[in-house]
Design a protein around this ligand. Sequence first.
Ligand code: FES
Length: 68
Amino acid sequence: MYLCLCKGITDSDIREAGQAGIVMPCQLKAKFGLKDPGCCGRCSKNIDEFAQIAMSVHQTPSSNGVRS
Ligand code: FES
């Protein structure tokens, strides 16, 4: 499902970012260029939803018993 039409960002893209540890709204905005010229900014209103999706797949080091 597309979450950002300007950049073609899907929920899968957000999950991949979450798995890579990119879970904060500001990190997601920077990674996907949501502040770039030419973006409408509409999806920025939903950035908290993006962050929730990313966080849902983000694994903390202790969740799988491995410490870094
Ligand atoms: S829909 Fe995401 S910047 Fe326009």
